[in-house]
Write a protein that binds this ligand. Structure first.
Ligand SMILES: Nc1nc2c(ncn2[C@@H]2O[C@H](COP(=O)(O)OP(=O)(O)OP(=O)(O)O)[C@@H](O)[C@H]2O)c(=O)[nH]1
Ligand SMILES: [Mg+2]
Length: 444
């Protein structure tokens, strides 16, 4: 994806790098090049025009032409505009309710766009985030659809609600919701049948589903290969059902990228995830900034972005420290840290990351098996339990132990250990000397 576009962009950009004098003519030539590159990538014409006009506006101002490093500034203008075109970093996250209510995610889109596969991928992802997820098989049109979802559900170890005694998708969805509520799941992902936007009856069904379920997220699943065609289809779905976000599948395919670059601008809805393969781990959050640097094919941009990322980590660390000082550090935070550690691949690194951890957790406390067990235990808790361990009485302990394949004793052990750790952290985080050390460590 984006190979062609990226080649064009990097050659345009290369001519600007290091140039310390550029003219208006240079800029308008470059923008003209960008325009034709975008059109060749099958980007919606209206979107191209807007992008080009805005880039021109920014680029012709004093900010670029009179700056010390106009080449670099121009590149930054293009980059910023590209990020903006792709979305807003704050709207990428799913909007789900708290864990004590069932949040509903409705998947919709054309036939074969990837709804069923993506439902299971998303279920796996949310489960890994500690959510209790169930799926509902509401494609009652294609004969094998229910089995397909069940097979995928088994693969990712997420239960599937299905009914073979009716063709009424709304009825199944409502029953699934009741069942999810009864069994205390907190996310219900509803797979629906593929529908042509021209089929009135099918579009009415998706409308009825949205009315019956009042979904928290209505995700339009679009195949990146359909190019800018998907734009008009998305608009139809928006009219009939409302869209809260877009998932672009088959990003791993060899398409020119037009859909990715057009959908957000035309619909105003964020692209939340991209599908990057047929397997269950082929789903990634969509980051406008990273995608922009990929499209622009630029290393410099990447380092710029990495710098920003560092600041983010610093902010996180400070936030965490504040929480600790107030004794608000909870099991959910702890779980996130455990997950960070798995990502970064080292206990040492983690201890450096959590202000206070190095002193308060002795390193022999941390052995790998125990961490895996702890993660499982916390994942079997509801978010409320993670936020307030004091509500965990004997009955909850039994449930958590059962859910995580551990014993009540092990659950109790984790709770005790966590309490002690938190107390130590609080003491440490309140210590003035320590605070200034943290600040210094963060370079502030
Ligand atoms: N390469 C690749 N293939 C994908 C991706 N997502 C889905 N697929 C494939 O696309 C095909 C259709 O996927 P489904 O999940 O069945 O699509 P659907 O929208 O549920 O289809 P209908 O229920 O028939 O409307 C399958 O062969 C999937 O493996 C992706 O991100 N990358
Ligand atoms: Mg399907």
């Amino acid at each position: 994806m984006f190979d062609g576009l990226s080649n064009r962009f990097s050659s345009i950009i290369r001519t600007f790098q290091g140039k310390n004098k550029i003219s208006e003519k240079n800029i308008s030539d470059a923008v003209e090049e960008i325009k034709s590159a975008l059109i060749d990538a099958d980007v919606n014409l209206r979107v191209v025009r807007r992008f080009v006009n805005r880039t021109m506006e920014d680029a012709l101002g004093d900010k670029v032409l009179k700056s010390v490093d106009p080449g670099q500034q121009f590149v930054k203008v293009v980059y910023d505009r590209m990020v903006q075109l792709l979305g807003d970093p704050d709207s990428q996250k799913l909007n789900l309710k708290g864990p004590d209510t069932v949040s509903v995610i409705l998947m919709m889109g054309l036939q074969g766009s990837g709804k069923t596969t993506t439902s299971a991928k998303l279920a796996a992802k949310l489960k890994a985030d500690g959510r209790r997820v169930m799926m509902a098989a509401c494609d009652l049109v294609r004969p094998a659809a229910i089995t397909q979802l069940q097979v995928l559900g088994q693969q990712v170890d997420v239960p599937v609600y299905a009914q073979t005694d009716t063709k009424d998708a709304v009825k199944v969805a409502k029953n699934a919701y009741k069942e999810a509520k009864r069994l205390q799941y907190d996310v219900l992902i509803v797979d629906t049948s593929g529908r042509m936007h021209l089929d009135e009856e099918m579009m009415q069904e998706i409308h009825n589903l949205t009315v019956a379920l009042e979904p928290d997220e209505k995700l339009f699943v679009a195949d990146a290969m359909t190019g800018q065609n998907s734009v008009s289809i998305a608009q139809e779905f928006e009219e009939k059902a409302g869209i809260t976000g877009i998932i672009l599948t088959k990003f791993d395919s060899d398409t020119r990228g037009g859909a990715a670059l057009s959908l957000r601008e035309v619909t105003g809805k964020p692209i939340k995830f991209i599908g990057t393969g047929e397997k269950m781990d082929g789903l990634e959050p969509f980051y406008p900034d990273r995608m922009a640097s990929r499209i622009l094919g630029m290393g410099d941009i990447v380092s710029l972005v990495e710098k920003a990322q560092e600041t983010y980590d610093e902010e996180q660390a400070l936030k965490l420290q504040k929480k600790m000082a107030k004794n608000e550090f909870d099991l959910q935070d702890y779980l996130e840290q455990l997950e960070n550690m798995t990502k970064m691949g080292g206990v040492e690194k983690l201890l450096e990351m959590i202000p206070g951890a190095k002193g308060s957790i002795s390193e022999d406390d941390i052995n790998k098996k125990e961490l895996v067990r702890e993660k499982a235990i916390i994942q079997s808790m509801t978010l409320t339990e993670r936020q307030n361990i004091y509500i965990i009485g004997p009955a909850r302990k039994r449930r958590i132990a059962k859910g995580s394949g551990t014993s009540v004793g092990e659950v109790g052990h984790l709770l005790k250990k966590f309490e002690k750790m938190r107390l130590n952290m609080k003491k440490l985080a309140k210590n003035k000397k320590y605070q200034s050390a943290v600040m210094q460590q963060l370079g502030m």
